[in-house]
Design a protein around this ligand. Structure first.
Ligand code: ZN
Length: 261
């Protein structure tokens, strides 16, 4: 996209932000990849190196061998590297501090919105969060680092200290349902916003990708910021083909100028 087109469109998005009452920002893998986190689905992404069939929820709960292999990868930092937020995360958190956001709905599991300063209560993680490990028996949650320390000491398939149940990273695996409360809340907020900004998502992984459709059906304006095309491009009020960090930084800058911040 031409530099001047990007500035022109960022300016338009800033106007939409200023005039909106309830704004939902929706983020996908494109926002995380700019922090060096591998994309699950893109060519060259994680699943070109590993067999996704080995990483299903069903395999994890039914096969100790599958659990051992998966914990080995998680222990090596697969999906849990200490990545840092990038300009997109910071711009989104700053929009929230300016009082502009209803919430962030994300497909990412890396905790980077919170690291950038978004309050936990305003981030709806449709696919869970890799910073936590949950017991499938009693529901007790452990910080990932605590379990990582046990893996480093040689445990292969860590179990729950309380009930000896199976421990699983609290990210949604293939074949696993989305957390129902998060899904309900995200659906409600998508239906009730008047501006929906989808950043860095190809909008194909459902049910997450239904969120922008819910917003449009309810009369919200839709902004799509993504490097490649999405099935909802035709519905977008504004479509920006650019990197998430670059576009969101420019938009934030324009918003600040317009409100005299
Ligand atoms: Zn337990």
């Amino acid at each position: 996209m031409e530099e001047q087109d990007l500035h022109f469109l960022a300016n338009k998005v800033a106007d939409l932000i200023i005039n909106a009452e309830k704004i939902v920002v929706f983020t996908g893998a494109g926002v995380s990849t700019e922090s060096g986190i591998p994309d699950f689905r893109s060519p060259g992404g994680i699943w070109s190196k590993y067999d996704p069939d080995e990483f299903t929820y069903q395999r994890f709960v039914s096969s100790p061998e599958a659990r051992r292999k998966q914990w080995q990868l998680f222990g090596e930092g697969f999906l849990t590297s200490d990545a840092k937020p990038n300009p997109a995360h910071y711009a989104i958190a700053e929009l929230d501090r300016l009082g502009k956001l209803d919430c962030v709905i994300t497909q990412n599991v890396d905790n980077l919105h919170q690291k950038a300063g978004m309050p936990d209560a305003k981030v709806f993680e449709l696919h869970g969060n890799m910073q936590w490990v949950v017991c499938l028996g009693c529901g007790k949650r452990y910080p990932f680092d605590q379990i990582k320390a046990r893996l480093d000491k040689g445990e292969e398939t860590p179990d729950c200290e309380v009930c000896h149940g199976i421990l699983k990273p609290d990210a949604v695996f293939f074949g696993e349902s989305l957390p129902p409360q998060v899904l309900t809340e995200a659906t409600f907020r998508s239906h009730n916003c008047d501006l929906f900004i989808a950043v860095g998502s190809t909008l194909v992984v459902t049910p997450a990708a239904y969120m922008p459709s819910y917003a449009v059906q309810s009369g919200a304006k839709l902004v799509i910021i993504n490097l490649s095309s999405t099935p909802l491009d035709g519905e977008a009020t504004i479509l920006i083909r650019a990197k998430a960090g670059e576009a969101m930084s420019l938009i934030l800058q324009r918003v600040k100028e317009k409100i005299g911040y």
